[in-house]
Design a protein around this ligand. Structure first.
Ligand code: GTP
Length: 461
């Protein structure tokens, strides 16, 4: 049978732009400094990349058999990129004001609206050209598709799976609110943390069992009892809670397969996820106003929004490459830049929509203000920009630092038992520590502006 040529697909029309990484090229790029990115790899800096007088530079004459006396001549061969700035090549002219590249806050890529996504086209003259395809901006919507109870070492949580109309990732929310197992909230107790989209009626023919199966139920399921939830169950009380009841504690956490699943000690991401759930689950003591009334204790409450923004948004593949560049001596920020990425490519729009769906962060819309667990001031700023009302930033001190210096944070020192329990969700357990972690934390403080008192292996540092 005669067949025509295969229909071009997006893969054949738009081949990957990043070339295979050659170890020699990486070494050369590393030695040349952070201005050399993966987009320079196809160009001719090899082997004339080094200025011979540069200290520690690779002696290419050994490699090429050249006479050492001709080394000064090689100055002319030093690599100079003939490419325009990356933004110009990508056609983002709007961002270049007055010929100067926009150095403002880093923009997210994961949550970029479709209208801003770029479509690349290869053209006959061989010059890379990029076109911005304008499509109408759609307003962001999130929907909780399912929810279930998960027992953890810190107590039960409700895992929520979200879909959205911006990307095709399953972002999540881990809601800590064990008071939901004890019936409707008392008049002076905080409202239950529930998803509006989950409790909504999805279709007229939705059965009780459909709703229960997707997690729209009240209390706890058992083989002998279940009660599906109704939109009217939502707590819309506008009564002001006592000032003594703290706002729910939340964390926006970014996916880290290596730290959370493999137990990598290059970063403290796994530990942070575990520590966040632990801290949010801590019971809340409400001091009484009179000596005759005993102190009241409420179960801890809050949520971790878990975003699938692996590697600060650059993806797992690039993060793994970045680790190799880090082993060659570069820090996390420089390694990202060398691979043609920004230092941080995350966005928090979807996280904010999830918080709003849970009734968190929006006190004007019958929701509550929040306290945020983070050391990253950019995160707080991003949340506030999206209208989330943050009443307090709660720092996340690495566990190894807490253990080393009990003076640093007297009320959060972990005992042996705490460390054991806390590590139960991690391969490798307890507190992450080591030289790689210290380098990573140092970069976050010194290059990314994270608010954390530096506490490294050598207390003299
Ligand atoms: N590109 C890159 N990403 C990393 C590296 N180590 C961890 N990550 C990612 O960093 C993200 C966590 O971000 P961090 O910068 O550690 O912390 P943060 O979320 O900004 O700040 P905190 O709220 O204080 O934890 C996760 O997505 C990890 O996968 C690294 O070496 N390179």
């Amino acid at each position: 049978m005669l067949t025509g040529p295969d229909r071009p697909t997006h893969k054949t029309l738009l081949p990957r732009r990043d070339a295979a990484l050659d170890p020699l090229l990486i070494a050369a790029a590393c030695a040349s400094g952070p201005h050399v990115t993966r987009n320079h790899y196809q160009h001719d800096f090899f082997p004339g990349v080094m200025l011979p007088q540069d200290e520690g530079s690779w002696d290419w004459t050994k490699f090429t058999g050249e006479d050492v006396s001709t080394k000064t001549e090689r100055k002319r061969l030093a690599y100079v990129s003939r490419q325009g700035p990356r933004r110009q090549r990508l056609g983002l002219d709007d961002d270049i004001q007055g010929g100067k590249e926009n150095t403002g806050p880093l923009s997210p890529t994961e949550n970029l609206p479709t209208s801003l996504k770029l479509r690349r086209s290869s053209v006959a003259d061989g010059k890379p050209r990029t076109k911005v395809v304008a499509t109408p901006q759609i307003s962001l919507e999130v929907k909780c598709m399912a929810r279930t109870r998960i027992p953890t070492p810190h107590g039960p949580v409700f895992l929520h799976i979200y879909h959205n109309n911006r990307d095709n990732k399953e972002h999540m929310a881990v809601v800590v609110d064990p008071a939901q197992f004890s019936g409707p909230p008392a008049p002076d107790a905080p409202p239950h943390i529930r998803s509006r989209t989950l409790d909504a009626i999805w279709s007229e023919d939705e059965t009780e069992m459909d709703r229960v199966t997707r997690g729209a139920y009240i209390g706890r399921l058992s083989p002998s009892s279940h009660q599906s939830s109704q939109p009217s169950d939502r707590d819309t009380r506008l009564t002001r809670l006592s000032d003594a009841i703290p706002s729910p504690l939340i964390r926006i956490h970014s996916e880290c397969f290596t730290g959370e699943t493999v137990g990598s000690m290059r970063c403290d991401c796994g530990e942070q996820l575990d520590e966040a759930i632990r801290l949010i689950s801590q019971p809340i003591s409400i001091p009484s106003s009179s000596a005759t009334i005993p102190t009241k204790t409420l179960p801890g409450r809050g949520a971790v929004v878990y975003l699938r923004q692996e590697g600060r948004g650059i993806g797992l593949l690039s993060k793994i490459r970045a680790y190799n560049l880090q082993d060659l001596g570069h820090d996390t920020v420089t390694a990202n830049l060398m691979l043609g990425h920004q230092a941080d490519e995350r966005g928090y729009e979807i996280a904010c929509a999830i918080l709003r769906d849970l009734g968190l962060g929006n006190p004007d819309g019958s929701g509550e203000s929040v306290r945020v667990l983070t050391n990253n001031p950019d995160k707080v700023e991003a949340l506030e920009k999206e209208g989330i009302h943050v009443v307090e930033r709660v720092p996340m001190i690495p566990r190894s630092w807490k253990m080393r210096n009990s003076q640093l944070v007297d009320h959060v020192v972990l005992g042996q038992d705490d460390a054991h329990v806390a590590g139960a969700t991690l391969i490798g357990g307890g507190a992450v520590h080591g030289e790689d972690l210290d380098k990573y934390l140092r970069t976050k403080v010194l290059r990314m502006g994270h608010i954390l008192p530096l506490w490294l292996d050598d207390p003299e540092q």
